[in-house]
Design a binder for this molecule. Structure first.
Ligand code: PHE
Ligand code: NA
Length: 512
């Protein structure tokens, strides 16, 4: 690869961009309903265990793998895994691992982002509708209102295409003038919005029922309930750690590939993880949970994915200053989403640069077009079938947005700590202010973290079988016979894209 690689302009810019990458809809939209659905206090125990023993060690490994790849001119993980793996195994096996990792990452950045961009679009649409009073009339059923939204071509396409256009514009600007500049505006905005919302959440005043106070809502999240601790809460918690830290997606490595060779890894990775966790458990936990609890009680917390788009709008219109609070909430989601989605967009731009020598400007336009095409089925399912069950999205999310991350994480850690051998620790510590001690590397990174990931993978597979995801017609689709083709379409897209990406990357790595 011949072109000159860009670098991050400043340490602050780097940390903000990495925090922007991690802090996303996962923090503000996914975390609250995962925690609520899985018992609150019972969820937080495995959550923190997974953060410390799996999340942060793997995050450090990903940073280090990314900086290593950038040194050789690569910003995608196919070549990164290949280069590290071939130090400890045959060329054949390294080729296979590199192609597999590279293909999985492409599947994730194309398909996960194809629906994530839609959810970002919804948040922008809802910010607009909240500000302009769309659902403020108490006679409006917010559930039906949401269904109406996703079935309205006008609303869906307008806000989704605006989202994609913004991503396109930022990606064209490159690392310093695009990604870094965005982070410097969006990240402080997120923290300011969150702070305002947090103050509002804790000063809600008279609850609907006397026992539904904001503090009781906090209690729900923060009282450990060991007796409620079970496997499915543990899996959900570990899965959330993967998602929220952007692990097993390739995008941390991509951002880290723009580091300079002596840039600190350990401190920076820990700093970004901390910013992410602050946004997740302190902000999201202290905004969404108390608001939902005060107005809707324990049942309100159980409203699942609808918490943000159905339950909260219902709350905003009955609270003082609700339309402002609601608008801030959806703008917060929007900013958080954009700064994550751009990392996936940029991954693809980098892929086109290094594989096909396509420059950034042209590449950004191609990726814009790719996302329009990839996102089309997501938009069309509810519009064409007049449904509110997003089965195409669900099937993609089950595999690409949940399962593949863990599988890719496993390939990464095997490569970086077992195949790359002693060089792995040297790489991590090079330029780092805090050094990872050898015993920690040998015990945690080489054994505990991989074991954690293997266990997560095995039990997730069992859970998938139990939930009927492995059947020809998965259980969640059984009651919607006319939507089953959408499930098959999702599978066809995944298989087709996987084969295409695997072959493309394999051929490129072979000639390296
Ligand atoms: N860490 C991100 C989040 O919490 C995950 C993500 C990144 C999802 C990029 C989509 C795109 O939302
Ligand atoms: Na996150």
């Amino acid at each position: 690869s011949s072109h000159e690689r860009e670098h991050w302009g400043s340490k602050l810019g780097l940390i903000l961009a990495m925090a922007g990458n991690a802090i996303g809809l996962g923090n503000f939209w996914r975390f609250p309903y995962q925690a609520a659905k899985n018992g609150g206090g019972a969820f937080m125990i495995p959550y923190f265990a997974a953060l410390l023993f799996m999340g942060i060690p793997l995050l450090i490994i990903e940073w280090s793998m990314g900086r290593y790849g950038g040194r050789y001119g690569y910003g995608t993980i196919g070549p990164m895994v290949y280069l590290q793996a071939k130090e400890g195994t045959t060329k054949k096996v390294a080729l296979f691992l590199g192609s597999l990792a590279g293909a999985f990452a492409l599947l994730i950045v194309v398909l996960l982002n194809s629906y994530y961009n839609h959810i970002i679009g919804w948040t922008l649409g809802y910010a607009w509708l909240t500000a302009t009073g769309g659902y403020m009339d108490p006679s409006v059923d917010t559930g039906a209102y949401f269904v109406n939204y996703i079935q309205s071509p006008w609303l869906v396409f307008t806000f989704w295409l605006i989202t994609l256009a913004i991503l396109w514009y930022i990606a064209r600007g490159g690392v310093q003038k695009g990604l870094e500049r965005l982070a410097k505006i969006a990240m402080p905005s997120i923290y300011i919005f969150a702070l305002i919302l947090l103050i509002r959440a804790l000063t809600l005043g008279t609850p609907v029922k006397t026992e539904w106070t904001p503090i009781k809502g906090l209690d729900f999240l923060w009282s450990p309930r060991w007796d409620e601790l079970n496997w499915s809460a543990t899996l959900a918690a570990a899965g959330q750690i993967f998602f929220t830290l952007s692990l097993g997606m390739g995008i941390i490595q991509n951002y880290a590939s723009y580091l300079k060779d002596e840039d600190d890894i350990v401190t920076s990775a820990v700093a970004t993880a901390s910013l992410n966790e602050f946004a997740e458990v302190i902000f999201a936990g202290t905004i969404v949970i108390p608001i939902a609890f005060t107005f809707l009680g324990p049942d309100g917390l159980k409203s699942g994915v609808g918490l943000s788009f159905i339950a909260l709008p219902n709350v905003f219109r009955s609270m003082v200053g609700g339309s402002i609070v609601g608008t801030f909430w959806f703008l917060l989601l929007f900013f958080a989403g954009i700064t994550s989605s751009i990392a996936m967009f940029n991954y693809l731009v980098a892929f086109l640069e290094e594989q096909f020598n396509i420059d950034r400007k042209k590449g950004s336009t191609l990726i814009f077009a790719l996302y329009v095409i990839a996102g089309l089925p997501v938009a069309l399912e509810p519009i064409l079938t007049k449904t509110s069950e997003l089965l195409y999205l669900t099937e993609l999310d089950n595999w690409v947005g949940s399962y593949l991350l863990v599988l890719l994480g496993l390939i990464e850690i095997i490569t970086a700590v077992w195949l790359f051998k002693e060089k792995g620790l040297e790489e991590v510590n090079k330029g780092s202010y805090w050094k990872i001690p050898r015993w920690f590397y040998s015990i945690v990174m080489k054994l505990i973290t991989p074991a954690f990931i293997v266990i997560l993978l095995v039990f997730s597979t069992v859970e998938y079988a139990r939930n009927g995801y492995l059947k020809l017609v998965p259980d969640f689709a059984k009651n919607y016979p006319n939507l089953i083709p959408w499930v098959f379409a999702a599978r066809a897209v995944m298989v087709f894209l996987f084969v295409l990406c695997f072959i493309t990357i394999y051929n490129a790595l072979k000639n390296m």
